[in-house]
Design a protein around this ligand. Structure first.
Ligand code: SF4
Ligand code: SF4
Length: 192
């Protein structure tokens, strides 16, 4: 994040990853947030119990995982809009993460404008899924997107054809989101 942009934001807000040019995270990550909001990940592995304890004190949701690598639950409760609310204290996995899209921009394979379009399209596709979830009465945003869909689709087929149609639409929309995320965002540096 550039000094100029940092000055326009509360000091505690920012985005993960400081291995790319600050202006790049300003331009792209601040309008994305998909690696924190449960769209890309259901959980991320922390470096150890000490890091987990510090994050718990800050109010983040941690699960035990295995003994040495606790898990930060997603959607991350530190996310404020599309910005990290604990930026100076974010864990190592967030400091070092780069998604495939960000890496592509950094090495010049994708333009910033094109990357912005990919992010906007991801948000549009996800909004379609969350809209269908809301129609099916699944408005709780605290679960990762894929889990919310799985819960909505796990019910027995209904006698109501319209409801079954909505579920089929949800299944297709979520499959499209997963394909888009895999193609555009996954395969960068490891986060789990
Ligand atoms: S998914 Fe990529 S572009 Fe989006 S916030 Fe995370 S690192 Fe930035
Ligand atoms: S602490 Fe949470 S909001 Fe901040 S960068 Fe990590 S996952 Fe994102």
């Amino acid at each position: 994040m550039s000094g100029a942009a940092r000055a326009t934001l509360p000091a505690s807000l920012g985005r993960p990853d400081h291995r790319v040019e600050p202006s790049l995270t300003d331009t792209l990550c601040t309008r994305c947030g998909l690696c924190c909001d449960g769209s890309l990940f259901a959980e991320v592995e922390l470096s150890g119990p000490a890091e987990a304890t510090g994050l718990e004190i800050l109010g983040l949701e941690i699960e035990d995982g295995d003994a040495t690598h606790p898990l930060l639950q997603q959607p991350c409760t530190a996310l404020q809009g599309r910005l990290c609310g604990i930026y100076p204290h974010r864990p190592e996995c967030c400091r070092t993460f780069e998604c495939r899209l960000l890496q592509g921009v950094r090495r010049g394979a994708v333009s910033i404008e094109r990357a912005g379009e990919h992010i906007a399209e991801a948000h549009q596709r996800i909004a379609r899924v969350t809209g269908l979830l809301a129609q099916l009465g699944r408005r709780d945003p605290r679960l990762p997107l894929k889990e919310r869909c799985a819960e909505a689709l796990a019910r027995e087929p209904s006698a109501n054809p319209a409801l079954n149609r909505q579920r089929a639409e949800l299944e297709a929309a979520m499959a499209a989101v997963e394909r888009w995320i895999r193609r555009r965002f996954m395969g960068g540096t490891a986060r789990q």
